[in-house]
Write a protein that binds this ligand. Structure first.
Ligand code: AMP
Ligand code: ZN
Length: 114
């Protein structure tokens, strides 16, 4: 998608601090971190949101989740605990419509979120 911010990060048209990459996923630091470790994991293929990703039915959602865990391990938060969030739809605060998993950690995370 030519007008999609995260597709542009995939093709390196827009810079990002990439921390992890597989053939089908990319992980980079959130530009406005909400925790000491805040990384976004995306599929390289464009899907608007988690609902579309779930329907892709080609194992891509599985890849995104595995990459999220790999990032948490690499960043040293897997043992202490981390959070994976998919804001899905405008009512949930989604602002970039290329599906992304927020991976957050490095501080105590309360529930409900805050
Ligand atoms: P959401 O509100 O769930 O759609 O999340 C979008 C996230 O993308 C926000 O946390 C933003 O801080 C982040 N973001 C927006 N632009 C960039 C960018 N160029 N590089 C890294 N993160 C970005
Ligand atoms: Zn895209």
């Amino acid at each position: 998608m030519t007008d999609c911010l995260f597709c542009k990060i995939v093709v390196k048209e827009i810079p990002a601090e990439i921390v992890y990459e597989t053939d089908r996923t990319l992980a980079f630091r959130d530009i406005n971190p909400q925790a000491p470790m805040h990384v976004l994991v995306i599929p390289k293929a464009h899907h608007a949101d988690a609902a579309a990703l779930a329907q892709a039915d080609d194992g891509l959602a599985d890849d995104v989740l595995k990459s999220a865990h790999a990032v948490a391990t690499q960043e040293g938060v897997a043992e202490g605990g981390y959070r994976v969030v998919f804001n899905t739809g405008p009512g949930a605060g989604q602002t970039v419509f290329h599906v992304h998993a927020h991976v957050l950690g490095g501080r105590a995370l309360s529930w409900p979120p805050g």
